[in-house]
Design a protein around this ligand. Structure first.
Ligand SMILES: NC(=O)c1ccc[n+]([C@@H]2O[C@H](COP(=O)([O-])OP(=O)(O)OC[C@H]3O[C@@H](n4cnc5c(N)ncnc54)[C@H](O)[C@@H]3O)[C@@H](O)[C@H]2O)c1
Length: 250
């Protein structure tokens, strides 16, 4: 089993879902974790739960759509824990519009801003701390949609998640001289609250496209996050780790 003792991880969107489970698993491996989320109350509850289970966690308010908010939260985490070694970008939103309905100043800009620009600017603001770490790690949560164009999803989401794939590869190249690894995990449909926006028919259709015949579980994504955060993954960078039950071969 990997050890993350002595490491600090900042996880965005960690109040619930994949971010929360990743934070819990990183804490179980010994990392001190910062639960960064727009939903401050839920983030605090997640941090308390991790502390009750013997981990070390704090909650920080962060809106990944606002650079001042990102900067303030990153500073708070670095001051509290004495640095940042690992960043996991899990904050994200879905879109619902069809190609015909898509509004530029509505869903298009909103989803791109949170899912793509949010991921990039969190990386930018954490970078000075990662450069000081002996094993800096960036782990971006992209999506199967960013790999295969999605099944029925919004093109804003597809573009944002495809963009995350591209910036993950680009940053892997640029940050390699600092020994910072940059990877993405690309989940297929995974059982979290984000699926509240899906109709039962849409979920049924997606399961039909999954070789293993079921949805993913947040623990199955968090396991990949833990591996990529570990010292054992020091030689892995620019990787898109597809975890989707055989929904796509790339
Ligand atoms: N669940 C899936 O099927 C699935 C599949 C592929 C990829 N993903 C990706 O995984 C990531 C996590 O998804 P999830 O299923 O856990 O979703 P979720 O809705 O359960 O959790 C998302 C979290 O992000 C937070 N958030 C939203 N906007 C934010 C903002 N502006 N600033 C800070 N925090 C914000 C929310 O408050 C929430 O806590 C997302 O990037 C999503 O696109 C999910």
């Amino acid at each position: 089993m990997f050890s993350l003792k002595g490491k600090t991880a900042l996880i965005t969107g960690a109040a619930q879902g994949i971010g929360k489970t990743s934070a819990e698993k990183l804490a179980e491996l010994g990392a001190q974790v910062a639960i960064a989320d727009l939903n401050v109350e839920k983030a605090a509850a997640t941090a308390e739960e991790i502390c009750r289970n013997g981990g070390k966690a704090i909650a920080v308010a962060m809106n990944v759509g606002d650079n001042d908010s990102i900067e303030a939260a990153v500073k708070q985490v670095a001051e509290t824990f004495g640095g940042i070694d690992i960043v996991v970008n899990s904050a994200g939103i879905l879109g619902t519009s069809s190609i015909e309905e898509m509004q530029r100043n509505g869903e298009w800009n909103r989803v791109l801003d949170i899912d793509l620009s949010g991921t990039f600017f969190v990386c930018q603001k954490v970078l000075p701390y990662l450069k000081k770490s002996s094993a800096g790690r960036i782990i971006n949560i992209s999506s199967l949609s960013g790999r295969n164009g999605g099944f029925e999803g919004s093109m804003a989401y597809v573009a944002a998640k495809g963009g995350v794939v591209a910036i993950t590869r680009g940053m892997a190249r640029h940050l390699a001289p600092y020994k910072i690894t940059v990877n993405a995990v690309c989940p297929g449909t995974t059982e979290t609250e984000i699926l509240k926006g899906y109709t039962p028919e849409r979920i049924e259709n997606q399961v039909k496209n999954i070789l293993l015949g079921r949805l993913g579980k947040p623990e199955e994504i968090a396991g990949a996050v833990c591996y990529l955060a570990s010292d054992e993954a020091a030689f892995v960078t620019g990787l898109m780790l597809d975890i989707n039950g055989g929904g796509y071969f790339g």
